[in-house]
Design a protein around this ligand. Structure first.
Ligand code: FAD
Length: 474
């Protein structure tokens, strides 16, 4: 006997759980299945996917603790506060992090109950198309659903010949659960995850070396921001080596021994207690039985979808990391809401041009829209306003004068095309730029809006004024 639903969502991460909640709110009889790699000790499924279990949330908890630790170690003295030499209790830090994960993942179960979403514990895969939708296997059960939303997310990309044991050689899962501060930590990959994890352990006392194959640092970011970030992170003590080629990696009794060729072609050796491999993520499409039912994947193994996240199969949709676009939780959640609303006959909307990018280093890095190099390549005439936080009273008061806000606006229409921020609270400040761009706003719109004083957001205001060459405080 099969279970019947209007909608079955495969995967309980931010794409999946949000799709399930919104579909249920819109009146669909909805189930969500989760294959449960993050089961709690009782074997109960933990919802929230990568983001809540081994991604966004635990990493930000560790970033916060390590930031406070570093402040206490190096930032308090200049403000007249003496606390002696701080000590870190890694086990306690991890317990706090795990507590946050437990609370939030449990909260989603509560939301499922509140919204009457049925949670099925098990791996979902397609069986065949049937008269009223799709037949799927979830664990041992047979489920028939009129519509299916695939939200199976992604997993860490591993490198050939570097087996990950999540003890000595870690991907994101092990990197968020290291039980003692490594004396020496090597990281392969200077992307968002590598820089955030590198920052955590450097702040706590590790000597961190980051090895990156690309010759450019943060190639997707505006290069002004990337240069400033490289300068500041290097000054903090992260050793970032670009343009390297990784050779043999051996796990030894003491840790790992890495051979690599540096950007000048010289052979180098690096010994470390631990290694974090953070070289991108691959979509979870194996095990879906995609090929047998004709679900089309692209050359990177992602499910092919249109701008409304429709796959090539009728009634089958896909959202989040398993489809094209940035692998970000908020992008997954936007797509999820859009799909549920389109299924319900509503307009559904996801503006991919205003998805913000954020890196939670200190200072934080955040941007939305086009970079200066993209505008140049596209031959768009633009004007730029750039304001350092060193001119901002609040930033000075907070002992966070590093970084700047850079705004790019169309030279003809003044419409804002991109905003790039490196500085304290950049993750929050970028929201103003996202809202303005979503409404098609111009730099003059922001320039004419009253901003509270003293706030970091005054730097965004000043950058808008600077687009018209009339900053008041710079
Ligand atoms: P996932 O979160 O990966 O969830 C997919 C779920 O589907 C998983 O629970 C999986 O078990 C389940 N599943 C897979 N296959 C099946 C199947 N066949 N049947 C049943 N269940 C299945 N993004 C941000 O926006 N901000 C951040 O600060 C941020 N920090 C990050 C830090 C780290 C260390 C990492 C690794 C990622 C971070 N991300 C961040 C990315 C973010 O976690 C992902 O973009 C987001 O989780 C994608 O959501 P999703 O629902 O598409 O997939």
């Amino acid at each position: 006997m099969s279970k019947q639903f209007d909608v079955l969502v495969i995967g309980g991460g931010p794409g999946g759980y949000v799709a399930a909640i919104r579909a249920a709110q819109l009146g669909f009889k909805t189930a969500c299945c989760e294959s449960n790699p993050y089961a709690d000790p009782k074997g109960e499924p933990r919802l929230g996917g990568t983001c809540l279990n081994v991604g966004c949330i635990p990493s930000k908890a560790l970033l916060h603790t390590s930031h406070v630790f570093e402040e206490a170690a190096h930032g308090f003295e200049a403000q007249g506060i003496s606390v002696g030499t701080p000590k870190i209790d890694v086990a306690k830090m991890m317990t706090r992090k795990n507590g946050i994960v437990d609370q939030l993942t449990g909260g989603i179960k509560g939301l499922f109950k509140k919204n009457k979403v049925t949670l099925i514990n098990g791996h979902g895969s397609f069986v065949k198309q049937v008269a009223d939708g799709w037949e799927l296997k979830v664990g041992e059960e047979t489920v028939v659903a009129k519509q299916v939303i695939v939200a199976t997310g992604s997993k860490a990309r591993h490198l050939p010949n570097i087996p990950v044991d999540n003890k000595i050689v870690c991907d994101n899962v092990g990197a968020l659960d290291i039980n003692a501060v490594p004396k020496k930590l090597a990281i392969i990959g200077a992307g968002v995850i590598g820089l955030e994890m590198g920052s955590v352990w450097r702040r706590l006392g590790s000597e961190v070396t980051v090895l990156e194959a690309m010759p450019d640092f943060l190639a997707a970011a505006d290069q002004d921001i990337a240069k400033e970030a490289l300068k500041l992170l290097t000054k903090q003590g992260l050793k970032i080596n670009l343009g390297v080629k990784i050779g043999d990696v051996k796990v030894t009794k003491k840790g790992v021994s890495l051979a690599y060729t540096d950007k000048d072609g010289a052979e180098q050796k690096l010994d470390a207690d631990r290694l974090i491999v953070s070289v991108g993520r691959v979509p979870n499409t194996d095990g879906l039985n995609a090929e047998a039912v004709g679900l089309k994947l692209n050359e990177r193994g992602m499910i092919e979808v249109d701008e409304h996240c429709r796959s090539n199969l009728p009634g089958v949709w896909a959202v989040g990391d398993v489809v094209r676009g940035p692998m970000l939780a908020h992008k997954a959640m936007e797509e999820a809401v859009m799909v549920a609303e389109v299924m319900a006959g509503q307009a559904g909307h996801c503006n991919f041009d205003t998805v913000p990018w954020i890196i939670y280093t200190a200072p934080e890095i955040a941007w939305v829209g086009k970079t200066e190099q993209q505008l140049k390549a596209e031959g768009v005439a633009y004007k730029a306003g750039k304001i350092p936080f060193a001119f901002n009273g609040r930033a000075m008061g907070m002992a966070a004068p590093e970084g700047f806000v850079k705004m790019l606006a169309c030279a003809k229409t003044d419409r804002i095309l991109g905003v790039h921020i490196i500085g304290a609270s950049a993750s929050e400040l970028i929201a103003e730029a996202v809202v303005t761009m979503e409404f098609g706003g111009a730099s003059e719109d922001l320039a004419r809006i009253c901003h509270g004083h003293p706030t970091m957001s005054e730097a965004v205001h000043e950058a808008a004024l600077a687009c018209d060459k009339r900053p008041l405080h710079a």
